[in-house]
Design a protein around this ligand. Structure first.
Ligand SMILES: [Zn+2]
Length: 268
């Protein structure tokens, strides 16, 4: 499962395809030719099945382009697309990248109307030049309880992130500072601290100078191996020209093919 895209060729439109005996039932869509049988033929299931079978065989090798695809690209798997969306979101989302945000595929069908092509390219060119600095809460490497656990939250620099909340407690992170608020008052604030899980959903936070308690924690995975953890921050910068190099090239190929053929980029 993942995301692919293609741009169809013009061979059928230009009459360059091999002959097909049911061509009078073939209709051209942005995604390519489709067989549309009239009701009286479609009702005859065996015949319709054979005709469709013949159509798909024909379509696959009807011209020099396999399946009439002038350009065909793998955009990425679900995780790859998720990372692309995360990067866009961290860098301003819809406000900064309106066309990328609205036109990236959410499913494996449909197409991007060609009027968006240039602005899609503009958003990509803008995205690829940027970088994202994020903070992540991790187990301190020298912790005796250290494991490969780390929070999956990537928190953009200079952003106040609400990690979790319930009636009484709010857990926040801002750059490399973690804090707990109770009824709007800060009761704990630290960059490097211990946290201990005690049954009945009590979490004790401690560092050299302070101690606080909360009834919630933002990522229970930390406690998979041990109920006591030493936590601190990791800062990382991601350069889009490295992170999205592949996706950028793929989209540029598709945009080029779309321009050359006059056909839209289709998602599949
Ligand atoms: Zn072709």
């Amino acid at each position: 499962m993942g995301y692919d895209a293609f741009v169809r060729c013009n061979c059928f439109k230009e009459g360059k395809t091999k002959p097909f005996r049911y061509s009078k039932y073939v209709k051209l869509y942005p995604e390519g030719p489709e067989l549309e049988l009239p009701e009286e033929l479609a009702k005859n299931h065996d015949l319709a099945f054979d005709m469709r079978d013949e159509f798909y065989n024909w379509k696959e090798y009807a011209c020099e382009h396999e399946n009439m695809k002038y350009c065909s690209e793998r955009i990425g798997n679900i995780a790859g697309m998720g990372w692309l969306r995360t990067c866009i979101e961290c860098l301003g989302g819809e406000r900064e990248f309106p066309v990328l945000t609205s036109q990236l595929p959410h499913s494996n069908d449909g197409f991007m109307p060609m009027e968006y092509n240039e602005r899609f390219r503009g958003d990509l060119d803008k995205l690829i030049k940027q970088q994202i600095t994020v903070y992540q809460i991790v187990n301190t490497p020298d912790s005796p309880f250290s494991s490969d656990n780390h929070s999956s939250y990537l928190m953009p620099e200079n952003k106040d992130v609400l990690l979790c909340e319930n009636e009484n407690n709010k857990l926040y992170s801002h750059n490399d500072v973690f804090r707990i608020e109770k009824h709007g008052e800060i009761i704990f604030r630290s960059s490097r601290f211990n946290v201990e899980r005690i049954i009945n959903r009590r979490f004790i936070f401690k560092d050299r100078t302070q101690k606080a308690e909360s009834t919630i924690f933002f990522d229970l995975n930390f406690f998979r191996n041990h109920n006591k953890q030493k936590l601190s921050y990791k800062k990382e910068t991601f350069y889009m020209q490295n992170e999205l190099k592949y996706e950028y090239e793929v989209f540029m190929n598709l945009l080029k093919a779309s321009k050359e053929t006059g056909n839209p980029i289709c998602w599949c």
